[in-house]
Design a protein around this ligand. Structure first.
Ligand code: FMN
Length: 216
């Protein structure tokens, strides 16, 4: 692997900001988007169980509807790709079976070899969790995907804005998710900053390292 230098990494982290205004004429090209999509797929999750899905909205009509479900935040209409992060409402044995089958196929194993792992996952993720705990756990995994995605976007020079200022129930309606077993958790409009977005040059507000980092 070719590594970024520490300076390159920090440059990307300083360059990124929660983009308030996108240039609606600029679209993410296919090659760049393919890499960002792969970042979503490669995100790590607890047990590797992937209790999430990602809806990528490019349709202007749907983006406009989602703007209304985002308290009018115009980043949604103006961005190139609006990514919506879904979490599984309640983990179930069927999903875990699919994961076991995928593991067996990818790693050249028999599903029987993975029986112990499957049973442990079913016990911990299906039987021992209330529906509320299960959705919270799945949502946490979706947020990890959001973090990963934003960092990857920054490294590629793509702008993004993490989004919780949304009405998830309305998103579910607009995206046809009601009753699907998947629910909206958060979102991330992605594209390129407008040249007059004054937030691009605003100084970052962060506590000092000694307020945030504890060494032992
Ligand atoms: C989970 C999460 C949800 C956020 N929701 C919104 C949002 O709905 N709209 C918005 O404009 N910014 C939103 N932000 C952006 C934050 O306000 C911003 O990241 C923070 O102030 C730090 O600024 P910076 O990202 O520009 O460095 C959100 C950030 C996070 C991490």
């Amino acid at each position: 692997m070719q590594r970024l230098s520490t300076a390159q990494l920090l440059e990307a982290m300083e360059w990124r900001y929660a983009t308030k205004k996108f240039d609606n004429t600029k679209k993410i090209d296919e090659v760049t988007w393919a890499a960002l999509e792969k970042t979503l797929i490669l995100t790590p999750s607890s047990y590797g169980a992937m209790p999430y899905k990602f809806v990528v909205v490019k349709s202007q009509d749907i983006k406009d509807q989602l703007t209304a479900a985002s308290y009018g935040q115009t980043q949604v209409s103006d961005c190139s790709h609006h990514v919506v992060f879904l979490a599984k409402e309640k983990m179930d044995a069927e999903h875990l079976r699919k994961y076991i089958e995928q593991t067996a196929a990818v790693r050249g194993l028999k599903t029987e070899d993975l029986q112990g792992y499957e049973k442990m996952m079913v016990t911990n993720l299906v039987e021992r969790m209330t529906p509320e705990q299960s959705f919270k756990w799945a949502s946490n995994q979706a947020y990890i995907a959001l973090g990963n995605f934003m960092t990857a976007a920054a490294v590629l020079g793509v702008d993004a804005c993490p989004f919780e200022g949304i009405n998830p129930a309305k998103y579910d309606e607009i995206l046809g998710l009601v009753g699907s077993g998947w629910k909206t958790v958060c979102a991330c409009p992605t594209g390129y900053r407008a040249s007059d977005d004054k937030y691009a040059t605003a100084k970052k507000v962060r506590f000092n390292a000694n307020d945030l980092i504890i060494y032992k």
